[in-house]
Design a binder for this molecule. Structure first.
Ligand code: PLP
Length: 223
């Protein structure tokens, strides 16, 4: 069997076990297979094995890889997980089914405009910088509730959930708990949290989707 497919099966089993350990409460966890840096030919076996939700970091890379795959497999869902520049919003709205990195007012305004123009509305997550890291994207935790309200009320955006990337080398659990609390405060049900190293912890702390790259595709040589 293809190695990525073998690893996919193992990840799916661990997700199921972690779901069970939280007592069967909550909706089933969505696995987002993070395929950045991998080619369409390397991704295809994972699609054929049943994975349907994929994540990419860069608009341009996704434009090069995914239109063909989406034509081959019309029921795929593609998510943007990397920072979105306002000059790429048009392409992002046209290509992605979910954008998880909404984190500033100007981007909210631009997304709102482009969604109306194209008549196509990707589902949206607000990215929260739970570790308040200066180099990291995401809205400050203290500003999250007000920002979500402005996205909804001022910009007319439907926000599906919150997303976070905890600081590397720290216990991620407090960050997952903070994201869960902020989601509760804003009345949002979906929480995108957990990557290859900590997705089981994230599920135990209330993740509704996990973003797993290297545990499926192997280690990347860049990005
Ligand atoms: C790359 C990336 C992932 C996947 O990381 P792995 O450690 O390979 O699982 C998840 N989320 C985001 C935002 C990423 O950029």
């Amino acid at each position: 069997m293809n190695q990525s497919v073998e690893r996919l099966t193992a990840v799916q089993a661990k997700i199921a076990a972690a779901e069970k350990s939280r007592g069967g409460t909550g909706d089933p966890v969505t696995l987002v297979a993070v395929s950045k840096t991998w080619s369409a030919d390397e991704i295809r076996p994972v699609i054929e094995a049943g994975a349907r939700v994929f994540g990419e970091n860069k608009v341009q890379e996704a434009r090069d890889k995914w239109p063909g795959l989406k034509q081959e497999f019309p029921d795929l869902e593609l998510r943007l997980l990397g920072p979105l520049q306002t000059n790429k919003v048009r392409d992002a709205v046209a290509l992605f089914d979910v954008i998880e990195t909404l984190d500033r007012e100007k981007l909210a305004a631009e997304l709102s405009r482009e969604i109306r123009k194209q008549g196509r509305a990707p589902r949206l997550y607000v990215q929260v910088n739970t570790g308040r890291e200066p180099q990291k994207a995401g809205i400050d935790p203290d500003e999250t509730v007000a920002f979500v309200r402005r996205c909804q009320d001022v910009h007319g955006l439907a926000i599906e959930g919150l997303m976070c990337i905890p600081p590397a080398g720290e216990d991620p659990a407090p960050h997952f708990d903070l994201l869960a609390r902020l989601a509760d405060e804003t009345g949002l049900k979906r929480r995108s949290m957990g990557m290859s190293g900590d997705y089981e912890t994230a599920i135990r702390h209330g993740a509704s989707s996990v973003r797993v790259g290297s545990a499926i595709f192997g280690s990347r040589t860049y990005a």
